[in-house]
Design a protein around this ligand. Structure first.
Ligand SMILES: *[C@@H]1O[C@H](CO)[C@@H](O)[C@H](O)[C@H]1NC(C)=O
Ligand SMILES: *[C@@H]1O[C@H](CO)[C@@H](O)[C@H](O)[C@H]1NC(C)=O
Ligand SMILES: *[C@@H]1O[C@H](CO)[C@@H](O)[C@H](O)[C@H]1NC(C)=O
Ligand SMILES: *[C@@H]1O[C@H](CO)[C@@H](O)[C@H](O)[C@H]1NC(C)=O
Ligand SMILES: *[C@@H]1O[C@H](CO)[C@@H](O)[C@H](O)[C@H]1NC(C)=O
Ligand SMILES: *[C@@H]1O[C@H](CO)[C@@H](O)[C@H](O)[C@H]1NC(C)=O
Ligand SMILES: *[C@@H]1O[C@H](CO)[C@@H](O)[C@H](O)[C@H]1NC(C)=O
Ligand SMILES: *[C@@H]1O[C@H](CO)[C@@H](O)[C@H](O)[C@H]1NC(C)=O
Ligand SMILES: *[C@@H]1O[C@H](CO)[C@@H](O)[C@H](O)[C@H]1NC(C)=O
Ligand SMILES: *[C@@H]1O[C@H](CO)[C@@H](O)[C@H](O)[C@H]1NC(C)=O
Ligand SMILES: *[C@@H]1O[C@H](CO)[C@@H](O)[C@H](O)[C@H]1NC(C)=O
Ligand SMILES: *[C@@H]1O[C@H](CO)[C@@H](O)[C@H](O)[C@H]1NC(C)=O
Length: 472
């Protein structure tokens, strides 16, 4: 019939290739290419057959039809032992039965206790007068010592607060004893199990679990376990999966560093912390002014060179594609303004006075430092700074503390000592403040030596004491 011209060439190569040639098959069996079976378990071979047109007249379906399974080589004449199952026989090499209705051309067969590994099996029918073997199609039955893992599938994104369904599917080669599927989840759930038919007519057990994920379940494991009954014992296989729950920013908090009340002219770092999936794309800083939040900056951290108006309530907001998280409000207290925060009545009068004093003191220090240090300090540190002019010094101090550079150290040492001459400030000092003069001078030394971070902290503490006393 419609055989290729090189048929004779093919004969030399593949016997089955020729036999599979269209028109040469005397029987069409529809069976899977391959089936995996647990050793000692049963296997159901989905099977149906059809009679080619040229034999339709010889086949009479009302006559009892025998089903035969032949292993390895369909030519059982030479190898009679290859006939492993004959539905007309009571004793066979393979225990089994044809469960399909042969009158309806359903040759579905179940073999019990399969132990022979990795062999091709061919199907044959014997009727009156029609008999034929499908030599062009066979099924490989692979015997496995352990079941294969079930498969978990997730459709779409797992989002916090949105119920999600996951499927777990496990093959059921022996549908009479299907595997039992169980889930392990970090939360409450409901499941629904059913036996499903795959496109190749084999069976699977499908378990669908439904639960509502929370952000606490992110990166938690879920497990689907399949337990296969084999004889008197069980064999298990499982699939582990880490949940990837997407959620809006959580645990958002704002922190101020250093935590102590800030000195005017000093650097204060406000940092926002948050966890989210996917990561935060945008941090925004707000200050409460006149009772309303006003945006003051964006970015993970907000560094301020403190001025009079900077004291107050701040909070940050973190945002990702799923939403936003707001931190609690934090107080940025300014040294000398603390009282206005706690005792409002006294604060306004005393605070204003204190602030004025502070401003004059700081402007003197600032002016003097600027005029004297400008050349040495700023030029030395500028190569590392790419920040805005206002925060140039703030940013540089942090950087310099982390990466000490020899030239900067040496240069600053030259100018450090005796830079601030507190004797010139004395006219403005209160007697109490004057007592701290010596200490203040020491700390000024430390402050100018910008590479010493710990000294800087000490300096701030010392000056804090100084200003506190100025205010009293
Ligand atoms: C099929 O066989 C039955 C008897 O077994 C017979 O009565 C019937 O005529 C046959 N059909 C055909 C088409 O040969
Ligand atoms: C199947 O068994 C029947 C009845 O014993 C026998 O006639 C037939 O030859 C057997 N078929 C094969 C392929 O062995
Ligand atoms: C064939 O028989 C099997 C076993 O009885 C049954 O599960 C299957 O649905 C039948 N197939 C068809 C196509 O009827
Ligand atoms: C098999 O199919 C035939 C024809 O459809 C029907 O008459 C017979 O009762 C069926 N046998 C069984 C066991 O279901
Ligand atoms: C399965 O077959 C093995 C060896 O072929 C035998 O030892 C075992 O008893 C059989 N089990 C059952 C349940 O028939
Ligand atoms: C059966 O054969 C396959 C392929 O060679 C192998 O992977 C598998 O481990 C074998 N099974 C047993 C139980 O020996
Ligand atoms: C789970 O399986 C059902 C039935 O096959 C299907 O409709 C659904 O889309 C599947 N869901 C997932 C998450 O794979
Ligand atoms: C999740 O599963 C992996 C792999 O099985 C394991 O290494 C990890 O410890 C598990 N994590 C948790 C939180 O149980
Ligand atoms: C988890 O989900 C997020 C958002 O859908 C995605 O960006 C990320 O790549 C996922 N991570 C993993 C490990 O799959
Ligand atoms: C703060 O800004 C003032 C004026 O721009 C500057 O003189 C001072 O050095 C800065 N202080 C710090 C610690 O950066
Ligand atoms: C972050 O959000 C603020 C407020 O909507 C906006 O002004 C700013 O441009 C955003 N920044 C980025 C990097 O998206
Ligand atoms: C502020 O804090 C953040 C986070 O701790 C840090 O990365 C940044 O360098 C700090 N900035 C300054 C100027 O100290």
């Amino acid at each position: 019939m419609a055989c290729p011209e090189n048929m004779f060439f093919l004969i030399g190569l593949f016997m089955s290739g020729v036999l599979a040639c269209f028109g040469q098959r005397d029987l069409f069996a529809t069976i899977p290419d391959r089936l995996d079976v647990l050793t000692g378990s049963c296997i159901q071979i989905p099977c149906s057959f059809d009679i080619p047109d040229q034999h339709k007249d010889t086949f009479n379906s009302t006559i009892r039809t025998t089903g035969v399974w032949i292993k390895e080589n369909p030519d059982f004449g030479l190898h009679p032992d290859n006939v492993i199952f004959n539905s007309s026989e009571t004793v066979n090499r393979f225990q089994g039965k044809i469960t399909g209705n042969m009158s309806q051309k359903n040759c579905t067969t179940v073999f019990f206790n399969v132990t022979t590994n990795y062999t091709r099996y061919f199907f044959r029918i014997e009727s009156q007068p029609f008999r034929a073997t499908d030599t062009g199609k066979s099924v490989d039955i692979v015997v496995m010592a352990f079941p294969s893992s079930p498969i978990i599938t997730v459709s779409g994104e797992v989002k916090e607060g949105t119920p999600v369904s996951l499927n777990c599917s496990a093959v059921a080669p022996c549908p009479e004893h299907p595997p039992e599927l169980t889930w392990t989840l970090p939360t409450q759930f409901t499941t629904e199990n059913q036996l499903q038919e795959n496109p190749d007519q084999t069976k699977s057990v499908l378990s669908t679990v439904t639960f509502t994920p929370s952000y606490l379940h992110h990166e938690q494991n879920i497990t689907c376990t399949a337990v296969y009954p084999v004889g008197a014992s069980n064999k298990r296989a499982e699939h582990n999966m880490m949940l990837n729950v997407s959620f809006s920013p959580k645990d958002t908090s704002a922190s101020i560093s250093p935590a102590d009340p800030a000195l005017m002219g000093s650097c204060v770092n406000l940092t926002c912390n948050s966890t989210s999936n996917p990561p935060v794309t945008n941090f925004t800083w707000f200050k409460i002014s006149e009772g309303k939040p006003a945006q003051v900056a964006s970015g993970l951290s907000y560094t301020l060179n403190v001025t009079v108006g900077d004291g107050g309530l701040y909070f940050c907001e973190a945002r990702n594609s799923h939403g936003r998280g707001k931190s609690k409000e934090v107080w940025l207290t300014i040294k000398g303004q603390e009282e206005t925060v706690t005792t409002m009545v006294f604060g306004i009068a005393a605070g204003t006075l204190g602030v004025l004093l502070l401003i004059s003191l700081i402007s003197v220090i600032g002016w003097r430092r600027n005029s004297r240090l400008h050349d040495g300090l700023e030029r030395t540190d500028n190569p590392q700074g790419q920040n805005s002019p206002v925060n140039t010094v703030c940013a540089n101090q942090a950087t310099a503390g982390e990466e000490p550079e020899e030239p900067a150290e040496n240069q600053s040492e030259e100018i450090q000592y005796g830079d601030i001459d507190f004797s010139k400030l004395r006219p403005k000092e209160t007697p109490a403040a004057a007592q701290d003069r010596v200490q203040g001078q020491e700390s000024e030394y430390a402050e100018v030596n910008v590479t010493g971070r710990r000294d800087k902290v000490q300096h701030l503490n010392n000056l804090d004491g100084l200003y506190a006393q100025v205010n009293k």
